[in-house]
Design a protein around this ligand. Structure first.
Ligand code: MG
Ligand code: ZN
Length: 193
């Protein structure tokens, strides 16, 4: 039976926004990240990470760095009794770098490809799902598939909220200080049942 998902952005949402994570040693989870994912696990929502990593296409770091970062992430989550049900990455850029990474793909957020993979592979019910992220593109990708969108004020989020949000034609369905607050409010309001 299909289940709704909470689809999280990575940099600025689950981990500190430090620019390109061009070495695994630069990756730093937020202190509340494991608690947030564990809460999703217990809520009945699928926990899914969706991240643009165009630094690969740009040649700033090899694809292996992404796998190393995500192995560390999964280990940290597992140590805290949490897990991701899905982890989807776009490494493409439409105009920079070399093929196959240079391509006008369908998965670079706000395009919906990563979310459609979650729908297909995890049987995620996107209409009942949420995307949580720190940038406008994270909100747009939610709305592009009929999901709801939560803006967090971590990472780029405070700047988005302060200087850009008033001009957006559509306002976020939820604004939270950080990922854990967003998850708490989503699961307490709706539940996944
Ligand atoms: Mg981000
Ligand atoms: Zn892509």
């Amino acid at each position: 039976m299909s289940r709704p998902a909470i689809l999280m952005d990575r940099d600025g949402t689950l981990s500190h926004e430090i620019g390109y994570v061009n070495h695994a040693s630069r990756f730093r989870l937020f202190s509340y990240a494991v608690d947030a994912v564990r809460l999703i696990n217990r809520s009945g929502y699928l926990a899914v990470l969706v991240t643009n990593q165009a630094g690969v296409a740009r040649g700033y770091f090899p694809e292996t760095v992404i796998h190393e970062v995500h192995a560390g992430l999964q280990a940290a989550l597992q140590a805290g009794g949490a897990r991701l049900d899905g982890l989807y990455v776009c490494m493409h850029h439409p105009s920079v770098g070399e093929p196959p990474y240079r391509q006008d793909c369908d998965c670079r957020k706000p395009r919906p490809g990563l979310l459609l993979r979650a729908q297909r592979e995890l049987d995620a019910d996107l209409k009942r799902s949420w995307v949580i992220g720190d940038r406008h593109g994270d909100l747009q990708v939610a709305w592009n598939v009929g999901a709801r969108a939560a803006l967090v004020k971590s990472g780029y989020g405070l700047g988005e909220w302060s200087y850009h949000m008033p001009k957006w034609p559509r306002q976020p369905d939820l604004v939270a200080e950080h990922l854990l607050e967003a998850v708490e409010r989503i699961v307490s309001e709706s539940g996944a049942a």
